[in-house]
Ligand binder design. Structure first.
Ligand code: A3P
Length: 306
């Protein structure tokens, strides 16, 4: 039974408690992982050429999975191999026990939503490479709101006002956006890391692809870069069966209610957020992130930096 939008506080609390568990300071989706799996990750052996893509949920993970897949796998780029992205860049926190990552050929690519302090210890010694993608919290929140509506196992829906509060309380998988981004940003010196924003990818994808190639030490000629950029646009990913997540069953992702690749824009928050809500986020943003030199664009038409 789905708990409806206007559910009372106790029912909401109960639904959230059964959907997520808190472990070592952050919330995880109870269907997909367990505390034991999370604990194992710390001990994962790291190779120097491992690549970890890390994001807070709804920040462009699947987009970056596609980019990394195309950069590293020629067979993906030239269409001779048909492997879905999520298998090329598998999730550590969902799969670390059963994906036989030790026998994966190098360079191994992984995805994760983990906070910096739960990552494999080896990475903290600047081994391996991390690509961290972050997105402005207003668009993340809106994307997340639509996303939970297509996850049947959550057994709840929430109206926007309720989700707004739940998100700011960090009662979602990934916990608080502010803690995640701040944590990674302020610990970047501990890792071999490249931080890029969703908005800069939107504004100039080609430059970001080149930046990623340089950081990864992968030399692609201009034609190959063109192919990566072309296949990573929203429009092309939406119709790419290896990248659009349509391969996930309706049981796990109810595609009758929406798509994983929903709008792919910057500034969609303006369509749903009230002025008061937007100002509330601005205030929290400045309190928690104001002293960090991260530049988010809140709208592609504005050059507002914060
Ligand atoms: P929207 O819901 O705002 O459309 P994640 O993969 O971390 O869950 O993030 C999903 C968000 O990234 C969704 O945002 C999705 O549409 C967007 N996205 C995925 N591929 C994209 C692309 N090629 N270009 C722009 N946005 C993309």
């Amino acid at each position: 039974m789905f708990v409806e939008a206007t559910m009372d506080r106790d029912a909401l609390e109960e639904a959230l408690n059964s959907a997520y568990f808190k472990h070592k300071g952050t919330y995880f989706d109870a269907r997909n992982t367990s505390p034991e799996v999370i604990d194992d990750i710390e001990h994962m052996e790291i190779r120097d050429d491992d690549v970890f893509l890390v994001t807070y949920p709804k920040s462009g993970t699947v987009w970056a999975q596609q980019i990394l897949s195309l950069i590293f796998n020629e067979g993906h780029r030239n269409g001779t191999e048909q492997v879905v992205n999520v298998n090329r860049v598998p999730w550590v926190e969902y799969n670390v026990r059963n994906m036989d990552y030790k026998s994966r050929p190098s360079p191994r690519l992984f995805s994760s939503h983990l906070p910096y302090y739960l990552m494999p210890r080896g990475l903290k010694h600047r081994m391996g490479k991390i690509l961290y993608v972050c997105r402005n919290p207003k668009d993340v929140m809106v994307s997340y709101y639509h996303f939970i509506r297509i996850l049947p196992h959550l057994k709840f829906t929430m109206d926007w006002e309720t989700f707004f509060e739940v998100f700011l309380l960090g009662r979602v998988q990934g916990d608080s956006w502010f803690d995640h981004v701040r944590g990674w940003y302020t610990h970047k010196e501990d890792f071999n890391i490249l931080i890029v924003t969703y908005e800069e990818m939107k504004r100039d994808l080609r430059s970001v692809v080149k930046k990623i190639c340089k950081f990864m030490g992968v030399n692609l000629d201009e034609k190959a870069i063109d192919t990566v950029v072309k296949r990573a646009t929203f429009k092309n990913m939406k119709r790419d069966p290896l990248a659009n997540y349509d391969f996930v069953s309706n049981e796990k992702l109810d595609k009758t209610k929406g798509s994983f690749l929903r709008k792919g824009t910057v500034g969609d928050w303006k369509n749903i957020m009230t002025v008061a809500q937007s100002e509330k986020i601005d205030k929290i943003y400045w309190e928690k992130m104001g002293n960090l030199p991260i530049n988010f664009l809140w709208d592609l038409n504005e050059e507002t930096a914060s």
